[in-house]
Design a protein around this ligand. Structure first.
Ligand code: AMP
Length: 631
């Protein structure tokens, strides 16, 4: 400790008192706590101390106009007038400093200047650790932040959130990032920031491109190579539509000129094409010539309402039509739709496309306690509006309820942000129709032989596939659930030839040639429908049995389209006349008998699914010896 000599005595420096000498004491008194940009403020710096200190305001860094005025009274006062205050001075620490021989003294106040919020910049997304839209915003009072994605508000979540960077040393300017955690090409688009405080509002838009759409920029040929299921069928669809429209134009022209001849010709043609004899000997006297005639007739029979196909023709609608049943089951089993966080999902690539949106392969974390990450299939819902959202919700509730080893497992929904998505177990080999074609005699022609080398399906394998679908159908029938669209395209194939019923009405796009459009948007899988569903729109467990018979036929023809040689109107004609699909070449008598048991015209005479299932199980255990003499 330093000593000092005072009156010839050593005194510690910190206890030394010098007469008439004291440090300056500085106090700032302000006229107002806060002011709006452009207003005036006055601050008085009151100073005491001996000897009299010198005093000054630090105004060098101020943006506002400043002038001072000294007042000599009982104490020294230095008044600072700020006029036309600038928003740049908000949060500035205004300092008054004084000094005398005893030392310095100072006081400080922070300026509180209110001004309308403004966005200083918003930049396109850049990738640091996460993806970030950098921004800087200034405003007082503190603004609220709202983010829009393609003009729709984004709810803050762990997946997308506003992150502020502290200590930016930039006055009141807020720097930060709108952060996206693992976005994919589905999040590409325009992001708009809207800021607002009581004095104003500002907005700016930036673009985020996180990932190339894996298929978006490819031409259809490349697309085919990458995704054999979708495009192959898509190109088939285009060709078919063109052919059909040409046929339509030609037939209208011919029809106008030679109506009577055409009428007779079509009659003869259909009778020949159907091949089999009518079981019921019914020969209708009218023939529906063109697709449009048919649409009109079907509409007359109440087919062609404008309800969306998802609601019209799917199992979902059976619940909608029987809401008490639907609620009953949900309550009984007390099940809730599980919500999966978007941040737990990492998309890998596109698997296909359904009517509601794209289907992606993805990795999902935290789904099961035994594994860290799992492969899942994500079905997205494109362009969700109130009505499709409702469908989505109902379908999710329904899927939550359906739990069986031969129904594809539904894990839950992802609704934090867009697009809405459903999460299913991933079935490695995709849909059964594609699988059958890829493992049939025409696999090479269809160029689907890049699938695992399983070779051509054997009879026991076909029976095994059929028995599994029957098992799923036994379960659905036990719930009185009517599927309405049972077909191989709606079944999925997993590892080890596990087959599950995998779709309850969301797949109308890829296989659109399997559906017949009546009226506006209604799509009917007429080739799988029994006469009473075609004519009276009656869908029951028994009509599902009919479709199951058609599924058996598809399996034993390696995925051929039922009545492939006929147009939609001709197929309707054949089915309603009671003609049957022919016995496939590789189909044993026992199996064809099952098919015929499913195709009884009278719904009550059809076999019940339990019996079909147990007969198939017996056949799986003892496959009939079958010689394909023609093959
Ligand atoms: P969907 O919308 O159900 O018709 O699906 C369209 C396509 O995506 C199907 O034809 C399948 O090839 C594929 N897909 C759908 N769900 C799955 C799944 N769970 N696992 C594997 N592929 C699937």
């Amino acid at each position: 400790m330093l000593p000092c000599l005072s009156n010839d005595q050593e005194v510690p420096l910190n206890s030394l008192v010098i007469d008439n000498c004291s440090l300056p004491l500085v106090t700032i008194v302000s006229s107002k706590a806060k002011i709006q940009e452009g207003g005036n403020l006055t601050f008085t710096c009151q100073v005491t101390g001996s000897p009299t200190p010198s005093v000054r305001w630090q105004t060098e860094e101020l943006h506002s106009n400043a002038f001072t005025q000294i007042i000599w009274g009982s104490m020294l006062e230095l008044v600072l007038h700020l006029t036309n205050v600038s928003s740049h001075d908000n949060l500035h620490n205004l300092t008054c400093e004084a000094e005398n021989q005893a030392g310095p003294g100072e006081d400080m106040v922070q300026l509180d200047i209110e001004f309308p919020v403004k966005i200083l910049f918003l930049k396109d997304a850049v990738q640091h650790h996460h993806w970030c839209f950098p921004f800087a915003v200034d405003g007082n009072p503190e603004p609220t932040f709202t983010w829009l994605y393609n003009n729709k508000e984004i709810a803050n979540s762990n997946f997308m959130y506003t992150h502020f960077i502290p200590d930016s040393a930039d006055g009141s300017v807020k720097h930060g990032c709108f952060t996206l955690n693992k976005p994919t090409h589905m999040n590409n688009g325009y992001y708009t920031l809207i800021v607002q405080n009581k004095l104003g509002r500002d907005e700016a838009t930036a673009f985020g491109k996180f990932m190339e759409n894996p298929f978006g920029t490819l031409d259809p040929k490349e697309y085919c190579i990458l995704s054999p299921s979708g495009p192959t069928n898509k190109s088939v669809m285009v060709v078919t539509e063109n052919t059909e429209s040409r046929v339509f134009v030609v037939s209208v022209a011919v029809g106008l000129a030679l109506f009577a001849c055409t009428f007779l010709l079509i009659m003869v043609l259909i009778i020949n094409k159907c091949g089999q004899h009518s079981k019921f000997g019914i020969h209708r006297s009218s023939v529906l010539g063109t697709e449009d005639d048919l649409a009109v007739s079907l509409r007359f029979m109440n087919f062609g309402t404008s309800l969306p196909s998802s609601d019209e023709d799917t199992g979902l609608s059976s619940f909608v039509e029987n809401p008490q049943y639907f609620c009953g089951i949900i309550k009984e089993k007390d099940m809730c739709v599980q919500h999966i966080k978007r941040q737990d999902i990492v998309l890998k690539w596109e698997l296909g496309e359904g009517a509601f949106g794209k289907v992606f392969l993805a990795e999902c974390a935290n789904l099961s306690p035994d594994s860290d990450k799992m492969l899942v299939a994500i079905k997205t819902l494109k362009d969700a509006n109130d009505s499709t959202r409702q469908d989505f919700q109902r379908e999710a509730e329904m899927l939550t309820m359906l739990q069986h080893q031969h129904i594809v497992r539904f894990y839950g929904v992802c609704t934090d942000g867009e697009p809405l998505a459903m999460v299913f177990e991933y079935m490695r080999h995709g849909d059964l129709n594609r699988f059958l074609r890829a493992h049939g005699p025409d696999a090479r022609i269809l160029e689907e032989s890049n699938l695992p080398p399983l070779g051509q399906l054997t009879l026991p394998q076909m029976l095994h596939i059929a028995a599994q679908i029957a098992s799923g159908m036994v379960y659905l029938a036990s719930l009185h659930f009517v599927h309405r669209d049972l077909a191989t395209r709606n079944c999925l194939v997993g590892e080890g030839l596990v087959v599950k019923i995998g779709d309850f009405g969301m797949s109308r796009d890829i296989y659109s040639t399997d559906y017949y459009r009546v009226g506006g948007r209604t799509m009917l899988p007429i080739r799988w429908m029994p006469p009473e569903s075609i004519m009276y729109r009656k869908f029951t467990t028994e009509s599902d049995i009919w479709s199951f018979g058609v599924v058996l036929w598809e399996i034993f023809t390696y995925g051929k389209q039922p009545w492939y040689q006929l147009s939609n109107s001709e197929a309707i004609e054949c089915i309603t006349q009671g003609r049957e699909l022919e016995r496939p070449r590789t189909c044993p008598k026992e199996v064809y008998l099952l098919m015929q048991g499913c195709w009884q015209r009278e719904p009550q005479q059809r076999m019940v699914i339990k019996d079909i299932h147990s007969r198939l199980l017996t056949l799986v255990k003892n496959p009939p010896v079958y010689l394909d003499i023609l093959g």
